[in-house]
Write a protein that binds this ligand. Sequence first.
Ligand SMILES: [Zn+2]
Ligand SMILES: [Zn+2]
Length: 258
Amino acid sequence: MIVAILLSALAMTLIVGVRYLLTSGAFALATRLRHPALYAGLDKQIRKEIGWSLASAAIYGVPAGVVAWGWQERGWTRIYTDLADWPLWYLPVSVLLYLVAHDAWFYWSHRLMHRPRWFRIAHAVHHASRPPTAWAAMSFHPVEALTGAFVIPLLVFVVPIHVGALGVVLATMTVMGVTNHMGWEIFPRFLHSGPLGGWLITASHHQRHHQLYGCNYGLYFRFWDRLCGTDKGLGDFADRRRRSVPGGAAGDDPGRQP
Ligand SMILES: [Zn+2]
Ligand SMILES: [Zn+2]
């Protein structure tokens, strides 16, 4: 039994790691095609981002692997496979419930991570990416990765979800994690700057978090930021593009204190 659990944890670690490499790799390639010089001079930083992200893959993979084993072998969790078990309207609702719960956890734990002590211990690693790239999606200190590793594995015990809907949640998590750090906005203007954008987080919003630190803490939705007065609106990428143009305002951004 122990061997089966270990194998499941190992398999999940590999899945999370490969998923990261493929997704970040694909968006890094898209960046190269769209803004060829955007990551110029960042090779050393990107190597660190990949190293921290692969360590995070193990931290995310182990609890996920244990829960996956329990789901398959012991009937743990409220993940269901038969579409008839719950009404069809519940499929999108369950996805939304997971995203809202994860977003709330992320907002408050992220805000805590910006307290000086926690920032020094853990979150400084994520902000060492200046500016972040598509490879920074899981670039977290192990302490921070741990705070995120149990959210979905615990939620599946509480909130029923179809296995396909869970796939949608995980895909959303992965794609948004990468695109929010990519350094340019991939979503159409109506989505981030229209009425919907007032509530949704894309790269333009998270970019400002990496520029100013003490604001824009959310993950998917701007709800908590707006409610708590920490929403500082959308950033633009003009500085960053200048930086990547030869002769532009290059040089190290010394960053700001949290
Ligand atoms: Zn970030
Ligand atoms: Zn932060």
